[in-house]
Design a binder for this molecule. Structure first.
Ligand code: G3P
Ligand code: MG
Length: 261
């Protein structure tokens, strides 16, 4: 519990939950691109969630999928493709023609484009036992960054989170939880890892479950919350953070609920 108190994630707002753009404002701009991060800020989001992995030449790149078929129409595996080749890919035009030429950014570029006041949740994407130095490099990159945002490291992989806690003990960490997982086991893992938050699939958020996570000392972020009914349910349940593809629409929904000052 002490470790968690020393690494409190997310600045508290008393008027409403924080709203983060999921992969940026990914409904309105290509996911995990600088355009999506700028768009999230433009829409009034408090910050963004983004996904990070290592590419073939070792750099940290911001990307969700292991393979680039969906995003770039190329059958290339990120982990085996060097940065110079990733740089040539257009990951914008499949979203819309006006984003043609949008590139996969590095983590450093993503942090540089976010304002200092923004919150940034860096999700470490790794589903293997060994991580090829991913968590170490994320921690090092964040230490080097002069961007100064409030950062939270998260992962579905408890081993990645353990490594993140080891290499960046002062950064708050969050364990991701989805509906397919054993909830008591995930909660025990989050406690054992000194996680300061749980990032849960929004369907798991009820007044009881959120109260239980709060009692364990966790802040609670719900993902991916796009529909007004889900915004209302998560707000009523008392979540601290809403992660959404549509941050502006979420802010409008919150406004309509009348919980914002
Ligand atoms: O971090 C919340 C959410 O992004 C987890 O799922 O697959 O969208 O990265 P995914
Ligand atoms: Mg993610």
């Amino acid at each position: 519990m002490l470790a968690r108190l020393l690494t409190r994630p997310y600045p508290s707002r008393h008027d409403r939950p924080l709203v983060l753009g999921h992969r940026g404002a990914s409904a309105d701009a290509p996911e995990n691109t600088l355009a999506a991060f700028r768009e999230a800020v433009r829409q009034g989001a408090d910050g963004v969630e983004l996904d990070v992995m290592r590419c073939g030449s070792g750099e940290l790149v911001v990307c969700h999928d292991e393979w680039l078929d969906r995003l770039a129409g190329e059958h290339l595996e990120v982990a085996r493709t060097p940065l110079v080749a990733l740089r040539r890919l257009d990951v914008g035009s499949r979203h819309s023609a006006r984003f043609t030429g949008e590139r996969i950014p590095t983590l450093a570029e993503a942090l540089a484009v976010l304002p200092r006041a923004a919150v940034c949740n860096v999700e470490i994407k790794c589903d293997t036992l060994l991580d090829r130095g991913l968590s170490f490099r994320v921690a090092r990159e964040i230490r080097r960054s002069e961007a100064g945002q409030d950062l939270v490291l998260s992962s579905f992989n408890p081993l990645s989170l353990a490594r993140a806690r080891f290499f960046a003990p002062r950064l708050p960490a969050a364990l991701l939880v989805d509906t397919s997982q054993n909830l008591p086991l995930r909660e025990a893992a989050a406690r054992a890892l000194g996680a300061a938050a749980v990032h849960v699939e929004h369907r798991l958020c009820t007044p009881d479950s959120v109260r239980r996570w709060h009692r364990q000392g966790f802040k609670v972020a719900a993902w991916t919350v796009d529909e007004p009914g889900d915004v209302e349910r998560c707000c009523a349940a008392g979540v601290d953070v809403l992660i959404s593809n549509r941050p502006r629409a979420v802010l409008v929904s919150i406004d309509r609920l009348g919980i914002a000052d």
